[in-house]
Design a protein around this ligand. Structure first.
Ligand SMILES: *[C@@H]1O[C@H](CO)[C@@H](O)[C@H](O)[C@H]1NC(C)=O
Ligand SMILES: *[C@@H]1O[C@H](CO)[C@@H](O)[C@H](O)[C@H]1NC(C)=O
Length: 289
């Protein structure tokens, strides 16, 4: 009887510790998207914040259950913010001028409002705000790093595209089948760097550190996207390719180190399609958590 009670109590605590709660009063929310959070019990002041961005057809809840980021992040005392899209196809808007302009009224602004709400509500650490994102969420991770470089310290993104690649000046948010995702938008490093710097001409750094993962067999968001992202962030950080390390962190993964690896690291994943699984251990380590 005592044992049963203890097991029941443990289960109740486990459930109470693993759940997202919706926040509705996080700001003007011009994009009309949703904010979900999980805050570790007895969250310490100056806690880090991780913003986790789902892919198309996704949701905060689905991405929360997709991998063990929540468990590992909570062990580090991190506050988790899971935005949830309400748009067609449940993608993020990584292409309209609204989202590619600071405080332009798009998804990027609504997501930054979530971050600011969490910073103030939990007295979190403004210098430790991180992004994890998959597919459309990885594209949005690149956009947030480019449009709000002063807010985010680092990102770990899976199967996305370079910031600005999805740009459609007056159109609706593009879907994953557009020329960008098919690898038809090719720019030089300098041109890609100029795209990022163009969003904040006065910003002098430091820029968000980027860890970028992509599968060689991806036909939805093709592998060329990794090449373009590495060109972009290599130029922004002024770091060049240094070395490859094969079978790291596991078989068929090649780690591509730029500079000393602290500002930009790519992972090329042989034989994997859309999407590369989130690697929470490597992400948290890259964030220095
Ligand atoms: C590094 O690895 C990537 C992915 O396998 C490959 O495309 C690139 O050619 C490699 N570079 C060098 C110098 O080995
Ligand atoms: C690595 O790729 C090879 C084919 O290139 C495949 O046979 C092998 O199963 C893969 N290994 C893992 C661990 O996925």
């Amino acid at each position: 009887m005592l044992l049963t009670n203890l097991i029941l109590k443990a289960l109740v605590i486990e459930c109470a510790n693993a759940a997202l709660t919706q926040v509705t009063n996080f700001g003007s929310n011009p994009a009309g998207i949703q904010m979900w959070v999980e805050v570790p019990t007895n969250v310490a002041p100056q806690a880090p914040i991780i913003v986790a961005l789902h892919g198309c057809h996704g949701s905060a809840q689905g991405y929360y259950k997709d991998n063990n980021l929540p468990t590992l992040a909570k062990q580090k005392g991190a506050i988790l913010v899971y935005p949830s899209s309400t748009h067609d196809l449940l993608c993020w808007d990584c292409g309209t001028k609204k989202s590619l302009t600071r405080d332009g009224g798009g998804d990027s602004q609504s997501i930054v409002q979530m971050v600011k709400y969490a910073l103030s509500k939990y007295s979190a650490d403004p210098s430790r705000i991180y992004i994890v994102g998959t597919s459309s969420g990885a594209m949005m991770g690149n956009v947030l790093a480019a449009v709000y470089p002063d807010i985010f310290a680092a990102a770990s993104v899976y199967s996305g595209v370079a910031a600005g690649c999805m740009a459609v000046p007056n159109g609706t948010p593009p879907n994953p089948y557009d020329p960008c995702a098919l690898g038809r938008i090719i720019k030089t490093s300098q041109e890609w760097g100029n795209v990022v710097r163009g969003y904040n001409p006065a910003f002098g750094g430091p820029w968000p550190r980027m860890q970028i993962w992509h599968g060689t067999s991806d036909d939805t968001v093709v592998y060329q996207s990794l090449v373009e992202e590495l060109k972009q962030w290599g130029n922004v950080h002024a770091v060049s390719f240094a070395k490859n390390t094969t079978n790291t962190p596991e078989n068929n993964y090649t780690r591509m180190t730029y500079g000393d690896g602290s500002k930009l690291t790519g992972y090329s994943v042989k034989g994997v399609g859309h999407t590369v699984p989130v690697h929470p251990t490597q992400a948290l380590s890259f964030f220095n958590l």
